[in-house]
Design a protein around this ligand. Structure first.
Ligand code: SAJ
Length: 412
């Protein structure tokens, strides 16, 4: 089987690699000339374990080629970004539309086209299907169109692409069957055939489920700060119930999925999607909550901010709530940012951040923050105080004061 993949990023490239490992021929298309040039030399631009070896081997076997233009193939997979448009709470489909239009001259009867990018519910039927119909194809008869969202965790993409169950949303039942034959080349998880609109909403709901649950934990943290209960103890104890899984409160929700996908549903049914919108608002309110508590701890001075990634142990800071917190605090405080996972000339070392600081504010759960050099902290801060919004520090020496979401009520 020959596959043409539009977009060679975090999802498109690992997907291409796995098809080649299953003896398919792959053309990986991207609009970035530098990326194409490098890929053809076996130089990989994304940080994801396992990919380089597979792509290098595929180039040697002549089953992988990166290109600026598509080629005729049996299946076309679209893995391009769908950025969030805040004005109307929905996704920008322009890259997907352009990719679809670009492949039209290369399409032949019997081909399969799969959209993997996360898209708002109804996008395949209402926006993407008409593009191919206008080009003269009849979907389900001579061209097969499906939405098959990915659901993988960065760092484990190769494993999860192979082993996770996969939603195959066909515009018609025939489309779903054809798309499942494509993924059947390498996916070992279940292939679950359904309609395109069901696939779109399922993907958005997976991330909404998590966002709503995090909002519940964040609301609990606020309630506990108000009424004087240890929120972290409540979570630990309630989670001993076999059917309860309270999530963890934090400084807000970042990343390109949880903080965005719920809006795609809200935009479709704004009068009805009340919990979904409220959860977004609650999670968006967390940076203010952090700043209010910082003000209660110290009214002015120097803050050492630890961690700006949206997720621990990654250098990914997309949509990170840390930046909003820093922007808000920097009007009143001197801010020194330390993040061992992000290279930024403005960020400083642990020592430089801590020196003469009045507060260490932890905004991300990198492993490096689990055990800090408390001797150094005690020597270099006049009154050492840590505010850990991710509950990553379990114990500190007596001379250091630790605030987390378990004891914020002490500040009232
Ligand atoms: N967070 C909390 N409390 C928690 C859990 C997470 O505040 O209890 C915060 C994190 O700190 C982070 C944010 O939520 O800021 C998102 O982190 P995450 O690890 O939950 O999710 P993502 O965005 O990295 O990846 C999600 C995953 N979806 C689900 O778990 C339902 C992943 O499987 C998807 O592939 C990905 O979205 C995607 O691409 O859609």
């Amino acid at each position: 089987m020959k596959i043409c993949i539009m977009g060679q990023g975090y999802i498109g490239l690992p997907t291409a690699a796995l098809f080649t490992r299953s003896h398919c021929e792959v053309v990986g298309v991207d609009i970035n000339e530098k990326i194409i040039e490098n890929l053809n030399k076996g130089i990989i631009h994304i940080e994801e374990p396992g990919i380089t070896d597979i792509i290098k081997n595929a180039i040697k076997l002549k089953v992988y080629k990166a290109s600026l233009t598509p080629e005729k193939a049996d299946a076309f997979i679209i893995t391009v970004p769908t950025p969030y448009i805040s004005e109307n709470y929905s996704c920008d489909l322009s890259y997907v539309i352009t990719a679809c239009e670009t492949i039209i001259p290369y399409l032949e009867k019997g081909n399969t086209v799969i959209i993997e990018s996360t898209i708002a519910p109804m996008s395949t039927d209402e926006t993407i299907k008409p593009i191919f119909e206008k080009a003269g194809f009849t979907i389900g008869k001579d061209l097969y169109l499906a939405h098959c969202p990915e659901r993988v965790l960065p760092g484990k993409i190769i494993h999860e692409l192979v082993h996770n169950d996969r939603i195959i949303g066909g515009v018609t039942p025939e489309c779903a069957v054809k798309a499942s034959e494509v993924y059947g080349q390498f996916v070992e998880g279940n292939l679950m055939l359904t309609e395109a609109k069901t696939a779109e909403l399922s993907k958005c709901m997976e991330n909404t489920f998590r966002d709503v649950n995090i909002a519940l934990a964040n609301e609990l943290a606020k309630i506990c700060a108000e009424i004087g209960v240890n929120a972290l103890d409540v979570i630990k104890l309630a989670n001993k119930h076999p059917r309860v899984n309270l999530h963890s409160p934090g400084p807000g929700v970042g990343g390109h999925c949880l903080a965005i996908d719920p809006y795609f549903i809200y935009a479709k049914a704004p009068e009805t999607a009340k919990i979904i919108k409220l959860a977004r608002d609650t999670n968006n309110s967390m940076p203010d909550f952090v700043c209010e508590n910082v003000k209660k701890i110290i009214p002015k001075g120097k803050i050492a901010v630890f961690g700006v990634s949206y997720k621990g142990n990654t250098g990914d800071d997309r949509e990170s709530p840390a930046y909003e917190i820093i922007a808000k605090l920097s009007t009143n405080y001197e801010i020194a940012i330390h993040d061992p996972h992000i290279e930024n000339p403005d960020f400083v070392s642990f020592a430089e951040a801590v020196e003469n600081a009045d507060l260490i504010l932890i905004l991300c759960d990198h492993n490096e923050f689990k055990h800090l050099d408390y001797n150094f902290i005690s020597k270099n801060m006049a009154n050492p105080v840590i505010f850990d919004t991710k509950n990553i520090i379990k114990k500190v020496p007596n001379k250091i004061k630790l605030f987390n979401y378990g004891n914020l009520y002490e500040l009232n």
